[in-house]
Design a protein. Structure first.
Length: 644
């Protein structure tokens, strides 16, 4: 594709926008605009009236000059104090070169401009990353009142053509107008398009002017992105556009590839893996971990578990250090590292033992993209190792401290991996672990005594249920473990008290966790005359999971099955008068089966619940609630015992 841009001042384009702005807001006085939109959006404290990003890509000698200008205008409808503070982010790869901000105060016929005078720079202290070189430019909008508009204008330079970012059209508040414009100089090939375009009516146009190819995406009246608890990442919820530079022509007429294919992406990534030779220290440690006659899978197991246990994960981003791993010897010496460093040590130690181990790039589930759709760094944010044993790929994510060999971490299930091999690369999807492998099974025996239920039980946790609970069970203090175990076993029942417990296999990743416990439950059965009424469903937490008024998809960490088996010892001198019938009800995402049976002097209640989704769309909420309704009805049934 071809294109260029004329040399204009930084803000001339925005003057044109203001003059030609044709939406309803431009036709209203400031006071009328506030009144009108306050009425239209009574629950919002602000709306985006205009958001525009212009990406300009030009040739500069034998390289590219890439800049992006952004203009964001928000009308303050209510609670001005909420909008006072603002920030702009600058990084080594997308450097902010200029930023302007100002308040437009409402008057009778027009707005009065009050510029921001003070911009303060700091590093990103809010990041979960141990060290993050992202610079934050903080500022406050002056004299804010209801009906004012706040405007932020910025210009960024992109240092690497592979790290050009895309554009989200929507926001967490309603957006009246959102536009992405691409200005591409002749001799530059790009790939661009929409993601989640079904969420909005986005229009596209293109034109050619003086050797500049202009591509414009525009949308009006976008609703806000409703981000709720357990929502998938923002990329799933907002319509967006991507822009990849495929190639360009240099000064001697040669085509320079950038991201025209996965070959280009892998070639760039592989350049980060040079100078990672192993030293004697890694060789010695790996020899101490494995035995000479160990089978390959056993070598993998021992080395993987050693790295999980002995190397502390610390996220770290500083320029290219966000892409380049440290050598294995360095990581071994420091005993800490980020995902790339832990992978470097894993791969080094495994290769040292003759194992076919490879660096593997992958995106976590918060990113919606695939390598097979977009050969771009926007697809991934993580690195792991992978091995090939007897023709089977096994994924090794050492950042998952309690993940057993053979399971991926929950956050990469279903994602495409890019595996760098000795003769190239391959794309291998990470499996989604089926629900049957992720189970919490609870088996207990109970008896009645003086108005209280007493019991002994054992909980078994396997698969990703085991992993998730390991993080919470391995506490820094005994009190922390004690509090979590009691919450886990109490099943949300306020009268359920754990008298004692014992946890087994917490440190043995290859064995399911087992928790044996003793408990009592008060006020759960009634004696009326010669009869006892008791509900054996002690766990009714699912009853509270009806989905109400939710508009966005629901994300689940992993699929699972929860089973409960309760055997009630019939008190001496009593017999069963009434035992309810069970039942089952299934949807695609949720299902259950409940059974009752009498065996000798015991009544056995069995409940199995399966949750079978990673992302559930709103179209499935009705079916989900139907299952909850059926489950609630069955779990209200009561056993009746009568005196003999």
């Amino acid at each position: 594709m071809i294109g260029s841009t004329r040399k204009t001042g930084f803000y001339l384009l925005f003057i044109f926008w203001v003059i030609t702005h044709s939406n309803a807001l431009a036709q209203l006085s400031p006071i009328e605009a506030h009144k009108n939109y306050r009425s239209s959006f009574p629950e919002e404290s602000g709306i985006v009236t205009e958001y525009r990003k212009v990406i300009e890509i030009k040739r500069k000698g034998d390289s590219l000059d890439i800049s992006a200008r952004e203009y964001r205008e928000i009308l303050v409808l209510d609670k001005p104090s909420r909008w006072v503070k603002e920030k702009v982010y600058s990084s080594a790869f997308a450097k902010v070169e200029e930023v302007k901000a100002y308040t437009l105060l409402p008057a009778k016929k027009k707005y009065r401009k009050v510029p921001v005078e003070d911009f303060k720079k700091s590093f990103n202290k809010d990041s979960y990353i141990f060290y993050d070189d992202t610079e934050v430019i903080n500022f406050n909008f002056p004299q804010l009142v209801e009906g004012a508009k706040i405007v932020t204008e910025s210009r960024k330079k992109f240092k690497d053509p592979r790290l050009l970012t895309g554009f989200y059209f929507a926001s967490y508040i309603p957006t009246l107008s959102s536009t992405l414009e691409l200005k591409i100089e002749d001799g530059i090939e790009i790939v661009h398009g929409l993601i989640n375009d079904s969420l909005a009516n986005i229009t596209f146009s293109e034109s050619l002017e003086n050797g500049v190819r202009n591509y414009t995406y525009t949308v009006s009246d976008l609703p806000k992105v409703d981000y709720e608890d357990d929502s998938p990442g923002f990329g799933y919820l907002s319509p967006s556009a991507y822009v990849l530079i495929a190639s360009y022509t240099n000064t001697v007429g040669e085509t320079v590839p950038v991201l025209s294919s996965l070959d280009d992406l892998h070639s760039w990534y592989k350049g980060f893996l040079v100078d990672l030779e192993l030293g004697n220290d890694v060789n010695q440690v790996s020899k101490n971990i494995v035995e000479p006659d160990d089978q390959p899978i056993e070598k993998v197991r021992k080395i993987f578990y050693w790295v999980q246990e002995h190397i502390k994960y610390i996220a770290f981003e500083n320029g290219m250090r966000g892409f380049v791993p440290h050598p294995a010897d360095y990581v071994l010496e420091k005993r800490y590292g980020d995902c790339k460093d832990m992978t470097s040590l894993l791969v080094g130690m495994l290769k040292n033992e003759g194992i076919d181990a490879n660096f593997t790039w992958i995106g976590t589930r918060e990113l919606p993209h695939k390598y097979t759709e977009l050969p771009s760094p926007i697809v991934d944010n993580h690195m792991i190792a992978s091995v090939n044993i007897d023709g089977k790929v096994i994924f090794l994510d050492a950042t998952g401290s309690y993940t057993p060999l053979g399971l991926p971490t929950a956050m990469i299930q279903g994602k495409e991996s890019l595996i760098s091999t000795s003769d190239g690369y391959k794309i291998v999807p990470v499996p989604v672990i089926e629900k049957e492998k992720n189970q919490m099974n609870d088996s207990s025996t109970i008896w009645l005594e003086d108005g209280v239920i007493y019991g002994n039980g054992e909980v078994t946790l396997s698969g990703l249920a085991q992993v998730a609970n390991s993080y919470k069970l391995i506490q820094k203090t005994t009190r922390g473990e004690d509090n979590y175990v009691r919450r886990l076993l109490s099943r949300g029942n306020n009268t359920f008290l754990v008298d004692d417990y014992d946890v087994k296999n917490l440190e043995d990743l290859d064995q399911p966790i087992k928790i044996k416990y003793q408990f009592n439950v008060s006020d759960h059965y009634r004696e009326v005359g010669d009869e006892i009424y008791i509900n054996l469903c002690l766990d009714r937490s699912l009853v509270n999971r009806v989905i109400k008024d939710r508009k966005v998809p629901l994300e689940n960490s992993y699929k699972y099955i929860t089973s409960s088996f309760t055997a009630l010892k019939i008190p001496q001198g009593y017999r069963a008068k009434f035992v309810p019938e069970g039942g089952k009800f299934n949807s695609n995402d949720l299902g259950f089966e409940i059974t009752y049976e009498q065996s000798g002097n015991s009544i056995i209640f069995s409940s199995k619940i399966f949750v079978d989704y990673l992302i559930m769309n709103p179209s499935s909420f009705k079916d989900w609630n139907e299952v909850i309704k059926a489950y609630s009805k069955l779990t209200r049934k009561t056993i009746v015992l009568e005196k003999i």
